[in-house]
Design a protein around this ligand. Structure first.
Ligand SMILES: Nc1ncnc2c1ncn2[C@@H]1O[C@H](COP(=O)(O)OP(=O)(O)OP(=O)(O)O)[C@@H](O)[C@H]1O
Ligand SMILES: [Mg+2]
Length: 265
């Protein structure tokens, strides 16, 4: 297996080892071989040389579009989200980006679209953070790699909202906090999340503080589908909290959000 790795790649691998970008357990080695192609190894090497990454931990998640790894940063733990270049949802990415005035000038090569997508998630997180929404602190991007704060404890990521059982009172508070975040996102950051669900909200199980994650597909309000995405986000939210006896409907929330921000309508 090792013999098939080209010489120059082995060199990068050993450089990475020297830079203490190491695998913490043999388990993650498999994923590493499958996921880290030569370009990604070089990018990781770059981030390590820049002092962003001190050591690479195991995989947190292996998804359709991206893989997320734990890493050691200078001051705190990091989550490293590595977007696939050969993603099957490339077309969808292109659509999201084409409607976004911030990305007018990108060439439409696959790689460029993925890099632009990575930067988009970084900027979206930054905007969300600036208006006071609890999100993973974005650190930097390099090519198809997004580096952000790790949301978890002792190398274990906080669970998604989906796997947290809430008492009634806590559920109401959680619902209101998430609604407040959606409102801030819309009216202050001028963004719509676009993929809000019980999977893209991580919850600190001790404090029950929610973190909104996965903002690659979030769009500005000028985007032709912004309104449709907002409606879908609100629908997901009300659907999820109905099981806790929260009766608000997505139409109500939509109206409230709209009148609040655009009283003329
Ligand atoms: N900052 C973070 N801290 C801790 N865990 C994270 C962080 N970001 C992402 N994760 C973990 O990785 C998973 C996938 O991340 P994310 O939702 O951003 O990617 P995705 O593109 O939706 O991936 P998928 O295709 O698996 O849905 C999350 O559900 C979460 O468990
Ligand atoms: Mg997700």
């Amino acid at each position: 297996m090792r013999k098939s790795i080209p010489k120059h790649l082995r060199k990068i691998e050993s450089d990475i080892d020297k830079m203490r970008i190491r695998q913490k357990d043999s388990n993650s080695l498999k994923v590493k071989d499958a996921v880290f192609d030569e370009a990604t190894l070089k990018s990781l090497y770059h981030l390590s040389k820049e002092g962003v990454i001190e050591a690479l931990g195991g995989p947190i998640s292996t998804g359709k579009e991206a893989n997320v790894f734990l890493a050691e940063g200078k001051d705190f733990d990091l989550a490293i989200k590595i977007y696939r270049i050969s993603t099957s949802t490339f077309r969808a990415m292109e659509e999201y980006i084409l409607g976004d005035p911030r990305f007018k000038s990108i060439r439409h090569k696959k790689k460029d679209v993925v890099f632009a997508w990575t930067r988009k998630e970084f900027r979206n997180l930054l905007r969300a953070e600036e208006v006071g929404i609890r999100v993973p602190k974005p650190i930097t991007t390099y090519r198809n790699i997004l580096v952000m704060q790790f949301i978890g404890e002792e190398e274990k990521a906080f669970p998604p909202l989906k796997y947290i059982h809430l008492e009634k009172g806590d559920a109401k508070e959680m619902f209101e906090t998430i609604l407040k975040y959606l409102n801030l996102l819309y009216s202050e950051a001028n963004l719509v999340h676009g993929d809000l669900s019980e999977y893209n909200i991580l919850v600190n199980p001790s404090t029950l503080e929610p973190y909104i994650i996965d903002m690659g597909q979030a769009v500005t309000l000028e985007h032709p589908s912004a309104d449709a995405f907002l409606k879908r986000d609100l629908k997901n939210l009300t659907r999820y909290f109905r099981k806790y006896g929260i009766e608000a409907t997505d139409e109500q929330l939509y109206k409230m959000l709209k009148t609040k921000n655009d009283p003329e309508d």
